[in-house]
Write a protein that binds this ligand. Structure first.
Ligand code: ZN
Length: 148
């Protein structure tokens, strides 16, 4: 249990300090803003989808360590996936983060499974994922965790 907690903390720290794919994207095919008013997390998510494949994904914004780490890890997993694969991962991540149940290979995301016990933190963790899912479906209005 301590090992998992240490791993979790290290992962959050690493991705918060040096987030992956943290940049603007000039040639994005989709761009969606997301907001978690409960915590104040804000994200702008960029997707470049070509022939049903996510060629590139990046984000900008400011927020707490969990929101930033979750967004950073997400970009590393989603890049290069097909739209269907990204949707599948979104569904499995959503189940994990709201129930703690892990299905299939969640990679590094598995360390976030314990977050479901903290409902306020769940919104921090899912913000980037919901924003990404809306970007996939070209729902370009502001994504907010308020309605979740
Ligand atoms: Zn937050």
């Amino acid at each position: 249990m301590n090992d998992l907690r240490d791993l979790y903390q290290q992962l959050i720290l690493d991705h918060n300090q040096s987030p992956q794919n943290f940049r603007d994207m000039e040639d994005a095919t989709s761009k969606v803003d997301g907001h978690n008013p409960l915590c104040g997390d804000e994200i702008t998510l960029y997707l470049k989808v070509i022939d049903n494949t996510i060629e590139d994904i990046s984000f900008k914004g400011s927020g707490c360590a969990i929101s930033k780490a979750s967004a950073s890890i997400m970009t590393t997993l989603i890049k290069g996936k097909t739209v269907a694969e990204a949707e599948g991962l979104f569904t499995r991540f959503h189940t994990m983060i709201t129930t703690g149940k892990i299905s299939g290979d969640m990679g590094k995301l598995a360390v976030l499974a314990g977050v479901y016990k903290f409902p306020a933190r769940v919104k921090c963790a899912v913000l980037s994922w919901h924003t990404m899912n809306n970007a996939l479906h070209n729902k370009t209005e502001l994504t907010t965790t308020e309605s979740l």
